[in-house]
Design a protein around this ligand. Sequence first.
Ligand code: PMP
Length: 394
Amino acid sequence: MVNFAERMNDIKASDIRELLALVNKPEIISFAGGLPAPELFPVDKIKAATDAVMDENGRAALQYGPTDGLLRLREQIADRLLAKNGIHTDPEHIIMTAGSQQGLDFAARLFVNPGDYVLMESPSYLGAINAFKLSQPRFKEVPTDDGGMIMEELDKILATTENVKMIYVIPDFQNPSGRTWSLERRKKFMEIVNKYEVIVLEDNPYGELRYKGEYLPSLKSMDTKGLVVYLGTFSKILAPGYRLAWMCASKEIIEKINLIAQAAVLQTSTVTMMVVSKFIDMFDLDAHVETVRAVYEHRCNVMMDAMAKYFPKEVKYTVPDGGLFTWAELPDYIDTKVMATQALAQNVAYVPGIGFFPNGNNHHCMRLNYSCMPDERIEEGIKRLAKVIESNLK
Ligand code: PMP
């Protein structure tokens, strides 16, 4: 038997991955993934940007580069952070990573010792739970309602828990719940965080995909004490295949992340950074995001209409203001993991909610994604799923 490190004890294949292996068949209507719609990738423009990089600067593009990442791209990101997220920053406070997923790993390595507490919304992003587990923390789930994290509960937990090293949050169109925090909650959150001086990891991959309601400032834009580490990514606004994202934080934190990045990967891919930077110089990224946003908004509406029409009244679900997901809560006697097999028999897939709870004690929820299916399939899939749910009602 192979003698693996202790940190592997709690690491196992996720339900999503096991499920996605099954749902690649064309007949399956899949609400299980969280992928951007591939037909929207700007392939021709990316080809033009790549050609331009190779023609103008091919040798530099293929060479090693600094660990922080391409300066020009970090300038472009700093401009975008101000325009889109109200964050006043500069390239010195930004480091590039291979997806936000790597940022989650780096943050946990920087702040969390084995046995320390990480607080998360209940539910929260499965990929973050797994990334953090490698640092062997204990988790506390902060209760949520339709408006996201409940601040009184957070205050209570912080008042009574020692060694809380990090609070991980997704205030905009959360994965998996689709919920968004109000401005009041954001302000209250920062008040509490400032009181206890805890590090916050604000993950915002979906912020630019807003379908309704007002723009709300990021937590990072309200951070006066350098406590918030902000994660942004090109995955949902351009293409996840590039694995290109960034962390924005205080200089002190970025310098330490730089050391971790040097040890882990040396740097993020030079050619990727140069092509994305060129894409932003040559084309209108905002216009591209608007195209994508409009398609997802439409698909979201199709799913919401279908749920309103077909789902039994016992099911409660999020009507999201943006992002890629909705979250349904079924009566608590229904186990959505068991039900997933019944749904698959009807060629419909979703992700059972259990994996999104770090302490794993919730069986009656499910995450549904609407970004990847055409209208008719969304409607048909929800109709079939509604029947499966009905057959489980008491
Ligand atoms: N955070 C959240 C909340 C996500 O939903 C995802 C992707 N599904 C990630 C991080 C990872 O994204 P990236 O492609 O930038 O690694």
